[in-house]
Design a protein around this ligand. Structure first.
Ligand code: DC
Length: 208
């Protein structure tokens, strides 16, 4: 069973993907980490974005075993990843790895922006997870405040809106819900309620 979970930053899609994968005993790939890793590698080699040539070369030689680097989760890397992700050759270079991950025996859960539309258009279940920008900015603000980072809600909201806009309007595989995806709005749901809703819709979809 292949489960595609797409949605914008801080919608809850990553947490949901992990919980769903654990529930069904499936491997899980956070595809945002691939773009984050390319952005990290571009900067680590002294190039500055948007440097298409270096981003494409580094996407083609990406070592997926480097995806557990905790530095990939930083807000700055997310912003760079969004820039890298707008380069169509970078997206093409990362496609085979994602499709091979999805094709494992038994299936997989993948989360990102274009899983239901481009990476796995034939996925058994597609969920587009969303929440209002204000709710998502508040979640990020609380997370970062808890880690004693110097952040403001307003700055976080502006970052989220800028990233949403870039991810949604780019020409190559823009973030959007697949026509056959189910929308899950988590604005008024905590993670347990969102998980219950997701499990319910997956079971309906696969006829359990
Ligand atoms: O999900 P995330 O915040 O880790 O993703 C970081 C950036 O990577 C995001 O702003 C857009 C890009 N991305 C993408 O274009 N396609 C994906 N499947 C996953 C992420």
């Amino acid at each position: 069973m292949i489960i595609a979970i797409d949605g914008p930053a801080a919608s809850g899609k990553g947490t949901l993907a992990k919980l769903i994968a654990r529930h069904w005993g499936l491997p899980c790939l956070d595809t945002g980490l691939l773009y984050r890793a390319v952005a990290r590698d571009v900067h680590a080699r002294g190039f500055r974005l948007p440097d298409t040539w270096s981003a494409v070369a580094l996407a083609r030689s990406l070592d997926p075993s480097s995806l557990d680097d905790p530095g990939l989760r930083s807000p700055g890397t997310g912003e760079w990843a969004s820039i890298v992700a707008s380069i169509s050759e970078v997206r093409a270079a990362l496609l085979d790895y994602q499709r091979a991950f999805a094709a494992q025996p038994g299936g997989a859960v993948l989360d990102g922006r274009d899983i239901g539309t481009v990476v796995c258009p034939a996925a058994d279940v597609k969920i587009f997870v969303t929440a209002s920008p204000e709710v998502r900015a508040r979640r990020r603000f609380l997370e970062r405040q808890a880690q004693s980072e110097a952040v403001t809600y307003e700055r976080g909201l502006a970052d989220i809106q800028r990233r949403d806009a870039r991810d949604a309007v780019r020409e190559s595989a823009p973030m959007r819900s697949a026509a056959d995806a189910t929308l899950l709005d988590t604005s008024d749901l905590d993670i347990e309620a969102a998980f219950d809703a997701a499990v319910g819709l997956i079971k309906r979809k696969i006829g359990q």
